[in-house]
Design a protein around this ligand. Structure first.
Ligand SMILES: Nc1ncnc2c1ncn2[C@@H]1O[C@H](COP(=O)(O)OP(=O)(O)OP(=O)(O)O)[C@@H](O)[C@H]1O
Ligand SMILES: [Mg+2]
Length: 215
């Protein structure tokens, strides 16, 4: 009975919920901020340096007068996504929600910085597909697993090794590296500040950029 009610509610929702146009659109909201909204989507292993670099990027953009918001995976899991765990299904839902929030924030005219392991290519594509071609930049924070394990800033690799943590990316849950990201950062070659400059350079010039240091 409960299931059939839930099903009927879902059907009603699909048929009866209509889009309500706003008086203002994204361009209007962005114009008052004097910027082009976009998403800078950081992906990489835990401990790769996503949050570290993303924070520097946001700080630099803020100092230049841009309007930004940083959606950090860890922080979002304290609130909006605190019902989700780390199964593949929950990770996919985690990314879907963050992508939808990022979309609302770009609609508000913001430059949105997302820092999320986002291990699956298909989920990152799902996120990308919510945005226009110039609106979404995938930034691969490329750090070898062994280095991330040594950094272990939150002690999570240690916990995973002790089997106190399951479904940990790189250990017993997969990470699918981006094939053709807009920015590819080698964190062995660049300090966070330099990596952040690479990202900002790519944001303003929009080529595909590989910051991998001198060979
Ligand atoms: N070149 C570098 N770029 C970024 N971080 C670096 C670099 N070299 C060392 N680090 C260190 O690596 C650690 C990266 O931790 P950080 O929390 O940013 O990772 P993360 O990718 O956000 O991980 P998680 O997915 O668990 O949130 C920090 O302690 C940082 O100081
Ligand atoms: Mg982080």
């Amino acid at each position: 009975m409960r299931n059939s009610l839930a099903l009927s509610a879902a059907t009603h929702r699909n048929n009866d919920v209509h889009w309500h146009d706003s008086a203002l659109n994204k361009r209007d909201r962005a114009a008052t901020k004097g910027q082009q909204p976009c998403v800078l989507w950081f992906t990489g292993l835990s401990g790769a340096g996503k949050s570290t670099i993303a924070n520097v990027v946001e700080h630099k953009l803020h100092q230049m007068g841009f309007h930004t918001y940083l959606l950090d995976g860890d922080n979002v899991r304290h609130g909006l996504n605190n019902d989700l765990r780390f199964s593949d299904k929950d990770r996919i839902e985690n990314i879907r929600r963050v992508a939808e929030v990022a979309k609302l924030m770009t609609d508000a005219g913001l430059i949105v910085i997302v820092s999320l392991i986002s291990p699956f290519r298909s989920s990152r594509k799902m996120a990308r597909d919510l945005f226009g071609p110039q609106e979404f930049m995938e930034i691969f924070v490329d750090t070898p697993l062994e280095v991330a394990q040594q950094r272990d800033p939150k002690g999570l690799y240690k916990k995973a090794a002790e089997k106190k943590l399951n479904h940990f990316t790189g250990i017993d849950s997969s990470y699918e590296a981006p094939v053709n990201p807009e920015v590819h950062l080698d964190t062995l070659a660049f300090m966070p500040d330099e990596a952040a400059d690479c990202v900002i350079d790519a944001l303003f010039h929009r080529p595909r950029l590989k910051c991998v240091g001198a060979a």
